[in-house]
Design a protein around this ligand. Structure first.
Ligand code: PRP
Ligand code: HPA
Length: 177
């Protein structure tokens, strides 16, 4: 059990389980993007750890870029997704792989979708380590999912509770009261 701020969290996914999911995603990406030079676009802050691991496993040429969006306060989405750092390169005509640590309500994804539509990308795919099907309210297709998880608040592997927990290499879920 760990404590972050006022909440307790219990172990949920081991580093081994997470790495196995990332290995599988990497195999798919290496197959689907063979011979292409995709742009991996990570969504900060949460995706930093996953982005690093998946990009290390990509065998071809690629570019790496980041945007920074935020909408969570504590354990809840405010529904108001703020772009804190936007794109700093043109993605026109490029194949883009959006890297998310988690797709939960889908609010963040919808916001990025609008940004990428305006960019005139050749195509883009959504890659996420974690996906909460019960919470997802949008229709944007999630192309690559590492793991489907129940609608519980998690921390670790880049994900935080009010700033803490991002450095944990395993994932913890909020303890039921
Ligand atoms: O599908 P949603 O409900 O929009 O949730 C997913 C988003 O929430 C988290 O970001 P957050 O806004 O907490 O910012 P952070 O990445 O800096 O922690 C996470 O990193 C995703 O980007
Ligand atoms: O379960 C979660 N944990 C941490 N951050 C998040 N952002 C969306 N869902 C989550």
């Amino acid at each position: 059990m760990i404590q972050l701020h006022d909440l307790q969290f219990e172990p949920y996914l081991s580093e081994k389980e997470i790495n196995e999911a990332i290995d599988k995603l990497a195999e798919q990406l290496n197959r689907d993007y063979e011979g292409d030079t995709p742009v991996f676009l990570g969504v900060l802050n949460g995706a930093f750890m996953f982005a690093s691991e998946i990009i290390k496993r990509f065998k071809g040429d690629c570019e790496v870029s980041f945007v920074k969006l935020g909408s969570y306060e504590g354990t809840r989405s405010t529904g108001d997704v703020k772009t804190l750092l936007g794109l700093n390169q043109s993605l026109k005509g490029r194949r883009v792989v959006l890297i998310e640590d988690i797709v939960d309500t889908g609010n963040t994804l919808e916001e990025i979708n609008e940004i990428l539509k305006k960019e005139g990308v050749a195509d883009y795919k959504v890659l996420t380590l974690f996906f909460k099907p019960e919470a997802y309210k949008k229709s944007i297709k999630i192309d690559y999912k590492g793991m489907e998880i129940p609608n519980k608040f998690i921390v670790g592997y880049g994900l935080d509770y009010d700033g803490l927990g991002r450095n944990l290499t395993e994932v913890y879920k909020r303890k039921e009261q």
